[in-house]
Design a protein around this ligand. Sequence first.
Ligand SMILES: Nc1ncnc2c1ncn2[C@@H]1O[C@H](COP(=O)(O)OP(=O)(O)O[C@H]2O[C@H](CO)[C@@H](O)[C@H](O)[C@H]2O)[C@@H](O)[C@H]1O
Length: 228
Amino acid sequence: MLCRPDFESLSLLEFEILLLSDITKVWLTPLPKNSQWIKPYRMHYIENGRRKSRDIFKILDSVLVIVYNVSRKKLIYVRQFRPAVYHSITTGNSLQIQKGEVDLVKFPPELGFTLEPIAGVVDKDKSLADIAREEVCEECGYDVPTDCLEFVMNFRSGVGASSSTITMFYCEVCDAQKVSEGGGIENEVIQVVDLSINDARGLVQTGSTINSGSSTVIATLWFLCNKI
Ligand SMILES: Nc1ncnc2c1ncn2[C@@H]1O[C@H](COP(=O)(O)OP(=O)(O)O[C@H]2O[C@H](CO)[C@@H](O)[C@H](O)[C@H]2O)[C@@H](O)[C@H]1O
């Protein structure tokens, strides 16, 4: 049973993801030293004779795919709960760690949902294009040959405290290549969202605020600049 404030004011999209994802409890613990996803360090260096240091954390590289359905002229995005986004919103601009459970009435989990291109972490011994192809199939259900993935560019996530390489591809798909609903594998809860070119343009228009990361902005702008 879903119980959320302002339930009636939710858009159809928000309502659909609520049906998929029911987050009932959120709390924090310190990061275990053996995390397989994040390694924090303090890096020391000497610059112009002065000793300096910077607190950084290492994360894995990732691939990103801009998927465009040419049959329906739609860009394919995915919507999902992002703990890091939710945490940032619930804590504001403070490094204080919350104690106890997060108040889900004050901070409805919907605040932590993002709209992103298809993406995945590079955590297997395969080519970047093969990993990208797998992500397209798992997340949005299109089965495409690897050679349909056009390499676009490499760029970096963040540069202040962490920096990984993001390899961006572009891929055109058609309805005939849709083999499943997508939605992710194992315990992933991912909603496929098809946006018209105009709606995608709305994400990056002057004055907009979106909950998603810079890769959503970069991918959308690249498509609008190069494919329209
Ligand atoms: N920090 C973490 N803690 C615990 N489990 C984790 C984890 N990161 C990944 N996982 C596990 O690995 C699975 C697969 O992750 P994905 O490959 O879908 O990457 P994700 O989409 O989260 O981030 C991809 O997309 C975003 C948005 O583009 C990029 O920022 C990111 O670098 C890229 O890997 C997750 O379902 C989860 O089980």
